[in-house]
Design a protein around this ligand. Structure first.
Ligand SMILES: *[C@@H]1O[C@H](CO)[C@@H](O)[C@H](O)[C@H]1NC(C)=O
Length: 307
């Protein structure tokens, strides 16, 4: 039988231990100039990627948090989230007029020539800076009373209104409470909301983001007095169909700030105790937002002092 000479001489070389062979391989590769360049290139690429990641984090931090924010208006020029104070003397127009003007300015964004049903915000027939047609406004004026400009939003009589609005909705897919689902409604939910939930027509179950306000501490509860949510003929909160949440806008718009200001709820303080600071906390009620006093998710607090 004929045997090829090569087959006879080519015995497989003994395999060196793995570690030794790796060291050898990389050592030999590193010695080649081309490989060094490659390594340098990889390092540079890694640094660039790292730069992008760090840059992204910095941009992310500087452009705010990704959460549905409950805002309270009016805000003073020195507004800060930690201690937003609304303070005025009802008997002194010079003291409350700046707040009146701030609300007017805030509501300018809601001016519309196309009547909305229901209207998202109050309007005024007396304000001269408002471009809206008076006739279209007259119809909705009563609905927002007393939280409209023609009543000075209540500031002139020491019964102020503040406005609540949801912002940063383009990130958010809310999970509203739906009373017809077997999941339980939280015990601590205010009775007026539970009642309003039951009174809603069945085909509207689960299409509302409920809102409530209360005194933050027990002394505030004593001082805050009765509260009304305006418009009084609507349930307290925001109908989901009017909110531009992530599930209701095109994918591309989900990366951009909210395109239109959300609907409003006014909170009317009927009889706040004079001369004391009242800590007020407002929050929204949905399944996906877990209440936490230190959280900013769907929760806001402010301080009210009427002298
Ligand atoms: C609430 O739950 C009921 C029953 O499961 C359902 O028919 C209804 O569509 C829900 N509402 C919303 C807004 O999802």
């Amino acid at each position: 039988m004929y045997v090829k000479p090569r087959d006879l001489v080519e015995q497989p070389a003994p395999v060196p231990p793995l570690r030794v062979s790796l060291v050898w391989t990389f050592g030999a590769m590193a010695l080649q100039k081309g490989t060094l360049k490659l390594v340098a290139l990889v390092v540079v690429l890694c640094l660039i990627v790292l730069g992008f990641i760090i840059g992204g984090i910095i941009i992310g931090l500087s452009t705010g948090y990704r959460y549905p924010e409950l805002e309270v208006w009016p805000r003073s020029e020195e507004y800060n989230y930690e201690q937003p104070l609304i303070q005025f003397r009802a008997s002194d127009p010079g003291s409350w007029h700046p707040w009146f003007k701030r609300i007017n300015d805030f509501l300018l964004a809601y001016e519309t020539t196309v009547p909305e049903d229901p209207p998202r915000a109050p309007c005024s027939v007396r304000r001269h800076d408002q471009r809206v047609v008076a006739a279209a406004c007259e119809r909705v004026l009563g609905m927002w009373a007393p939280c409209n400009a023609d009543n000075f939003y209540g500031y002139a009589v020491g019964k102020p209104c503040v406005f609540l609005r949801l912002n940063n909705l383009h990130y958010w897919v809310p999970e509203p409470y739906n009373i017809s689902k077997p999941m339980s409604i939280p015990q601590e939910m205010p009775n007026n909301i539970k009642q309003a939930m039951r009174q809603r027509p069945a085909n509207h179950f689960g299409d509302y983001i409920w809102v409530s306000c209360n005194g933050e501490f027990s002394s505030d509860e004593e001082n805050i007095g009765p509260i009304q949510y305006i418009p009084g003929n609507l349930p307290p909160g925001f109908p989901t169909k009017r909110l531009q949440t992530a599930d209701r806008i095109p994918r591309i718009a989900q990366d951009r700030p909210d395109q239109s200001p959300g609907p409003l709820v006014a909170v009317f303080f009927e009889n706040p105790r004079r001369g004391v600071i009242i800590n007020v906390e407002c929050r929204i009620w949905t399944r996906d937002i877990i209440y936490d006093r230190s959280s900013r998710y769907g929760r806001v607090r402010f301080e009210l002092q009427v002298d």
